[in-house]
Design a protein around this ligand. Structure first.
Ligand code: PMP
Length: 304
């Protein structure tokens, strides 16, 4: 269904956006990517892209950690994305995938003295994780550590870790998993940040717990405090503390706000979606669809 991609500095038909099997990043995972959502508002005939500048800032920060030289600012990439979305003309929810890769066709493993490039494509996307209550396990894998691969960035190679976590959970009959750090504290989900609510306090692992610096997480923490009057604490979370949470959820571009109803076969709260996560979900969905005037500056409108 996708018709176009940004590739070799131009918007081209998707069939032309191809790289060689010899490409460095295809062989070694030495690139980075982003994941951004666009929400279609039918009444206004407008696609709203969520926090595009923040996403491209993280994207360029991930590239910086990998010594990639990219001649773009977040605003340049946002403008290219808007042009791409106009060409594509989605009148439905969609997902935007920028990728920065080293296009060199050589087999020397390194980061420096390579030719980095950006490609962007978009796809239609609805819910990616069920939003009506997830059954989750604790992964037997550990989250990639910042001492091995920068965990705060969206590095392609580190998604082997995410895939190991996700497949183990699904093959064992769960929707997803929470993953612990090397030190045994909870980090996040396979591809989403994680939080619990206990006695009306929202608790989430700090960035030093090897989490990806999530844009949705940052937005949710703001909304919890500013709109819901919750106290928010960023601190280490023990595995057993999770079992005693009143509510728990994943948040992320793909996950959106995804309530968790059980972890390791223990019901979270009474085993149904909790009231605060439900409220957070409605607040979030109204904002991303452009139905909350106060947060329009989080959105980039694209008229299709
Ligand atoms: N952690 C990981 C490992 C992820 O892949 C994602 C999705 N990008 C997230 C957290 C959530 O981040 P964001 O809200 O920026 O999408």
């Amino acid at each position: 269904m996708t018709k176009y991609a940004y590739f070799h500095n131009a918007i081209v038909p998707i069939e032309q956006a191809k790289v060689s099997v010899m490409t460095q990043t295809f062989n070694y995972g030495t690139g980075c990517f982003g994941g951004i959502r666009g929400y279609w508002n039918d009444e206004r005939e407008t696609l709203y892209v969520f926090r595009i500048r923040e996403h491209f800032t993280r994207f360029l920060n991930s590239a910086k950690m990998l010594l990639m030289k990219l001649n773009y600012t977040p605003d340049d990439l946002a403008a290219i994305t808007v042009d791409l979305l106009k060409a594509e003309g989605w009148r439905q929810n969609c997902y935007i995938r920028p990728v920065a890769y080293n296009g060199d066709e050589t087999i020397a493993v390194r980061l420096h003295d390579l030719h980095a490039a950006v490609t962007i494509f978009t796809i239609p996307l609805e819910n990616f994780l069920p939003t009506e209550g997830l059954r989750v396990a604790t992964s037997s894998w550990r989250r990639v550590d910042d001492t091995a691969i920068p965990a705060r960035g969206k590095i392609i190679g580190s998604y082997a870790n995410s895939a190991l976590i996700k497949s183990e959970a699904q093959l064992n009959g769960f929707n997803d998993a929470i993953v612990l750090n090397q030190d045994g504290h909870v980090s996040e989900g396979s591809a989403a940040n994680f939080a619990i609510i206990r006695d009306g306090v929202l608790i989430t692992s700090p960035v030093e717990s090897n989490i990806l610096e999530g844009i949705t997480r940052r937005s949710i923490l703001h909304l919890a405090e500013a709109e819901m009057g919750l106290r928010v604490i960023e601190r280490q979370i023990d595995r057993s503390e999770v079992y005693l949470a009143d509510e728990a959820f994943f948040c992320g571009t793909g996950a959106q706000v995804a309530p968790i109803i059980s972890i390791d076969h223990r019901a979270i709260g009474n085993g149904e979606v909790g009231p605060l996560v439900k409220e957070m979900q409605s607040l979030f969905f109204a904002i991303v669809r452009g139905q909350n005037e106060k947060y329009m500056d989080w959105l980039t409108p694209v008229k299709n």
